[in-house]
Design a protein around this ligand. Sequence first.
Ligand code: CU
Length: 303
Amino acid sequence: MNRFITAIAIVATLSIVQGCTQLAQVKEKSAMTTTTHSNAAHAEETNHSHTTTHMTNHGEHGDDHTNTSTSTSTQAKLTTTGVITPNTPTILQIDVQDSEGNAIAQFDQFQEQIMHLIAVSNDLQVFQHLHPIYKGNGRFQVETQFPQSGNYTLFSGYQPTGQTEQVSVLKTQVAGNHSAADDVNWSRTKTFNETIVGFAPTQATIRAGQEIVLRFNLQDAISYQPIADLQPYLSEKGHLVIVRQSSELTRENYIHAHAVHDTAAHQVHFATRFPQPGKYKLWGQFNRGGEIITADFWVEVVP
Ligand SMILES: [Cu+2]
């Protein structure tokens, strides 16, 4: 008989403007100004009833200094079947609900998909970008397998119809022991199959809160020529996911940036800002002639 493991996460309601040039800035701004909200969301992960009460109270007292009237809180619930073991197919089921636990049924596509699910192992060694299928009545499903044991965090992005993008943070575990090799690689040039990716931030020293452009330069690994076959990936020239190394990954540790326009054919640039000091891992994703390249790098951000 299967054992069901359920995790609940309440989601910070972040207003994310669709539009590439503004997106990164708006997101980072949200991340910086929602510290308390994010902490609340964390507490609510383990106490759902508290959330409901909290929301209701705000409504009754008519507090208009909260953002509950201008934006909608959503929550996502992750259900997995049985114990997840490494390298074994597993189905992730995500139910999206309003703050009262009612299914949210209508979603808009954004970046060509109805849900974008970024799964990382908490040590940031594993990265997956998944697109769950919508089953109706707020339920999404995707099959995946995790290559190593340990704790995982899933950042689930979706857009209820008429609302801005929401990001829910979900947690799961893969059974077994994983020897914690803290593998932080500071290389600035790496080869991914037939592509050499060079990574160059505009500033050598990256400070928290500072605007910065992260530049990826793509070269063919055989001819050493700049590549000419870059294609759009999910409607953009590239996607960049950034996660801050932290013992407990939260919404504020997560950034998703879109490529800026008008760069050379083999260059992809992302304008962003790192909200806090720390070590961050970046995964740039590019579509080279139909093959998705995931190029990972680390940066250190100083106060
Ligand atoms: Cu996606």
